[in-house]
Design a protein around this ligand. Structure first.
Ligand code: NDP
Ligand code: 2IT
Length: 444
């Protein structure tokens, strides 16, 4: 059996109840075959793949908190410190009832290669909790965040592990987490990113993931001789990534026809109104059913459906496994030319294959959504030098990073004889730096 197959088999056997982690490992290792085959003897002797798929450390802890009525609750907290070969652990905290160890591990594993692709010195990690922020008061959110940090702070540090936002964790949560970290340690340091601008946050971090997604999509199309201006797009989700993806898409002349949340989706034939979306989601924290009040010509539908709309570009920005084989078929039938992942692993393996086989340009999340973590690393740099850069400075750096990632993934794919297969290209380009560092640092 090949080394890659052996490792995939052992990951499934060792972690039987973690399907999302299996999926992420399969996607990455399958595309590393050419590199692994060329170095099999050396990698085997150093147990390189065994070390790559085993987190350096995984923490699981109790998070007790009290609601506004005096009722106590207990959630489970996680932090997976996956790989520190090229820098301190870096990755977001997800707060969603679906969170379990396997989901945090898949996200942490992806993060290793994503962070490497940015070209910046950050290792891979991820964390979160099965806490559901929906419908909670600010005081309840604060109680949860303080309790979560009261355990997690022991394992963090500006040079050790630097968490950030993800689903359910935005500026409000980062503020409460930061306050508690500072209170417990007495240290004012860049231990979290996505901070508010008044206490060490970076301009353009809020926008970075969505903007970066569009910068990469624009460059990928350009490499294939296509101009992004004048195209139509379907976006899923209506959170941080989706909102700023829509905003940048419109600035580049793309008409975005859809967005969604976990209850339903919106079709707006005139193009999504970003100001309305921001007010509904960022200010009121309300549901998308409200959108019709702002835009009477739009439609609201219960359930799933954004991928049924005829568009040139598909931009999944909600969550994992939200774009299925049937959706891929529909997109192809409607003449879609490119799919770029704003979310982490939103496209199933079968759907990805189908899109690639039918000539749809496909940018995987670890490349396409790397602008968020890249700008987090820029926030860390600013914290270290105790300076703040202008929006234009950060945005220009972000743009440069996304263009670089696009070229690196395209070049790596071509180098190994898989031209235009950006899944293979991104995985290999991300892997090369991490492996080099792991080999140099010995068996640790
Ligand atoms: P938000 O919490 O701001 O928004 C998430 C959006 O996705 C909401 O519209 C939410 O709907 C929807 N959603 C979440 N879970 C589900 C689900 N199980 N089924 C259907 N819809 C769902 O998160 P972000 O925008 O920050 O994150 C979105 C994706 O992007 C995630 O995959 C995240 O890992 C990834 N990402 C985020 C980065 C960042 O900087 N924030 C960076 C890189 C990737 P509802 O409100 O109804 O729950
Ligand atoms: O998935 C991701 O890259 C993020 N949620 C952002 C991580 C970060 O550290 O900014």
């Amino acid at each position: 059996m090949s080394y890659v197959d052996e490792i995939i088999e052992s990951v499934v056997a060792k972690n039987p109840s973690e399907p999302e982690f299996h999926q992420a490992v399969k996607e990455v290792l399958e595309s590393l075959r050419p590199v692994v085959d060329a170095n099999e003897e050396k990698f085997r002797r150093e147990a390189l793949l065994e070390r790559l798929v085993e987190p350096e450390r995984q923490l699981k802890f109790r998070v007790p908190w009290v609601d506004d009525k005096g009722q106590a609750h207990v959630n489970t907290g996680y932090r997976v410190q996956f790989n520190s070969a090229i820098g301190p652990y870096k990755g977001g905290l997800r707060l969603h009832p679906s969170v379990n160890l396997g989901i945090i591990k898949f996200l942490g594993f992806e993060q290793i290669f994503k962070n490497s692709l940015t070209g910046l010195p950050i290792g891979g990690g991820k964390g979160g909790s099965d806490f559901d922020p929906k419908g909670k008061s600010d005081r309840e959110i604060m109680a949860f965040c303080q309790s979560f940090m009261t355990e997690l702070y022991k394992y963090l540090g500006e040079n050790t592990d630097v968490p950030a936002g993800d689903i359910g964790t935005g500026a409000r949560e980062i503020g409460y987490l930061y306050g508690q970290y500072k209170r417990l340690t007495g240290r004012y340091e860049g231990v979290l990113t996505g901070k508010g601008l008044s206490y060490g946050g970076s301009l353009a971090r809020t926008e970075a993931t969505g903007y970066g997604l569009l910068y990469l999509t624009q460059e990928m199309l350009k490499l294939n001789g296509i101009d992004i201006a004048g195209k139509t797009a379907a976006v899923s989700g209506s959170g941080n990534v989706a909102i700023y993806a829509i905003e940048k898409a419109q600035q580049l002349g793309v008409k975005v026809l859809t967005c969604s949340d976990s209850n339903g989706w919106v079709y707006d034939p005139e193009g999504i109104d970003v100001a309305a979306l921001k007010e509904i989601k960022e200010v009121k924290r309300a549901r998308l059913t409200e959108y019709k009040n702002y835009r009477p010509n739009s439609e609201y539908h219960e359930g799933r459906g954004v991928w049924s709309v005829k568009v040139d570009l598909g931009l999944p920005c909600a969550t994992q496994n939200e774009l299925h084989l049937e959706d891929a078929k529909q997109l192809v039938e409607n003449g879609c030319i490119a799919v770029a992942e704003g979310a982490n692993m939103p496209t199933t393996l079968e759907a990805t294959e189908y899109l690639q086989q039918h000539g749809v340009l496909f940018a995987p999340g670890k490349a396409a959504n790397a602008g968020g973590v890249a700008t987090s690393a820029l926030e860390m740099s600013q914290n270290s030098e105790r300076l703040s850069w202008t929006f234009e400075e950060v945005d220009a750096k972000l743009q440069g990073i996304m263009v670089n990632i696009c070229h690196n993934m395209a070049d790596a794919a071509e180098r190994y004889g898989f031209a235009k297969n950006y899944v293979v290209g991104a995985n290999i380009a991300g892997f090369e730096k991490v492996v080099d560092a792991m080999l140099a640092q010995g068996i640790v």
